[in-house]
Design a protein around this ligand. Structure first.
Ligand SMILES: Nc1ncnc2c1ncn2[C@@H]1O[C@H](COP(=O)(O)OP(=O)(O)OP(=O)(O)O)[C@@H](O)[C@H]1O
Ligand SMILES: Nc1ncnc2c1ncn2[C@@H]1O[C@H](COP(=O)(O)OP(=O)(O)OP(=O)(O)O)[C@@H](O)[C@H]1O
Ligand SMILES: [Mg+2]
Ligand SMILES: [Mg+2]
Lengths: 256, 256
């Protein structure tokens, strides 16, 4: 039975998509069967894996709106054991289309139930907001992984996100846990980077993961080749840090 | 009569808030009366100017929902000639609250009309999405300034944004212009940076601004002191590039 992890933070540009692609690929490299769902209308996780969002007639919007079975939307990637369900621009409309429907928050959870037994992990890339798409992901998820960019504004958003998670726990998904807070784009040259990590460890020590993702230009270049960093520059600090993250999570779940 | 500029791009973390704060401050330094509106529930523009979003009983949400006159929400900042209307977490709810109301896209435009004669410029910081808050900004605006991070994923979102702008021009705001595409976080060490600028000049040459904002750690550190970069490190490349941007726009509008 797959563990479903939503990668979410309403602050923009903190490394959600980069974490989804490289964590999912690292788990696949370590032998796990992984499905990555691109739940952001921007389609960055889709294009970061070498697919063209606009060209994919199979996508998560079709399944979410009930137009086609989710099993048919699953596509292979160039990475063994890693599959993807692409995003599509129509997903932008889903937020408005779902507002006045029954069980609007449970749509993703109910479509995922029929495929959970085919994977070890399902990773969901969320958009930078706390709207209905993100709520659907948090309701469908077993846990939430929170990338935290080591810069000033990123700290501000964490408390809003934790309030939202508590709300979801109290109402729609009592079982959701915090998988962890993942420091990203850590840069020793930036005074704020160290302050952010100290600050978050002060208030949320039990949730901060061991692994820290450094700012590393290879992570930024890899998506332009449509590949996870492991297949672009296997020895870079970025690649190594995401393999380390995969190991840390697999050990925590006693999967390794 | 103020010129209203919406700073918008649904891609997260591209420098919208950093551009709003430093462009507004630079225009004020050059003698213009400027109002900055924080239209993002995250409240980053509010805190980047030294205010605490949760503490501000005056905010744009009150005005938008008609609970209080917009004139009363205007607050001074530490920068002469720069005023701000803070954001507030309730703004997250506005998207859902407004969905089923009359003229839901025109709310911001109608509340702004009573204060436009008090300023030379009104700058609106938008959230990373194309939802109702961003649509309200694009309907209220005379022009849109598009920060474009010089990294791979940022290019992908531009075409979606241009489609949305055309839609707004055809329906809700025929007069909206593109103020310009502003390259941000340009880093000579990153191969992609030059490619992004070449690519965008190839397709959208007439809209790309002269000014390029470099990746500069001072721009990243300044908000933790609640100040625009000019008042944190006056000689840094980041500070100078935003003064240059202000000059370029004022010259374009024959305001200098
Ligand atoms: N550790 C890193 N080092 C250097 N660059 C990085 C790193 N992580 C991500 N990036 C780059 O930073 C930018 C933002 O990252 P990404 O798009 O993954 O964030 P996001 O949170 O998914 O953004 P959005 O909020 O738009 O969904 C991208 O250009 C990406 O390539
Ligand atoms: N030119 C720059 N050089 C270095 N860092 C920068 C630069 N511009 C912005 N930053 C930093 O990058 C991060 C993202 O910038 P910012 O928050 O302004 O983007 P945004 O588009 O407003 O994000 P969001 O989509 O969440 O609203 C912030 O930590 C900011 O301090
Ligand atoms: Mg993303
Ligand atoms: Mg912002």
């Amino acid at each position: 039975m797959a563990r479903v992890i939503a990668v979410s933070n309403q602050k923009g540009g903190v490394g959600k998509t980069t974490t989804c692609i490289n964590l999912a690929a690292s788990m696949a490299i370590l032998g796990k069967e992984v499905l990555l769902i691109d739940f952001d209308p921007q389609g960055n996780a889709t294009s970061g894996l070498g697919l063209v969002p606009g060209d994919c007639d199979k996508n998560i919007y079709m399944a979410l709106m009930g137009d086609a079975p989710i099993q048919q939307q699953i596509q292979p990637t160039t990475v063994k054991r890693l599959s993807v369900i692409p995003s599509n621009i129509d997903l932008t409309g889903a937020e408005v289309e779902l507002v006045n429907t029954e069980n609007r928050e449970m749509r993703l959870k109910s479509v995922l139930s029929s495929i959970k037994d085919r994977f070890d992990y399902i990773i969901i890339d969320c958009p930078p907001s706390l709207g209905l798409l993100t709520v659907n992901s948090l309701v469908a998820a077993d846990s939430i992984l929170i990338p935290l960019q080591c810069e000033y504004y990123a700290m501000e958003g964490i408390s809003q996100l934790l309030v939202t998670i508590n709300l979801i726990q109290d109402t729609l998904n009592p079982d959701i846990q915090i998988e962890g807070i993942l420091p990203t784009m850590f840069d020793v040259r930036n005074n704020i980077s160290k302050q952010v990590i100290e600050e978050v460890k002060l208030h949320l020590k039990e949730h901060v993961l061991e692994t820290v993702i450094p700012r590393n230009v290879r992570l930024c270049e890899a998506p332009s080749f449509g590949k996870p960093a492991f297949f672009y520059d296997r020895t870079s600090r970025g690649t190594v840090s995401y393999l380390q993250l995969a190991k840390e999570l697999l050990e925590k779940h006693q999967q390794i």
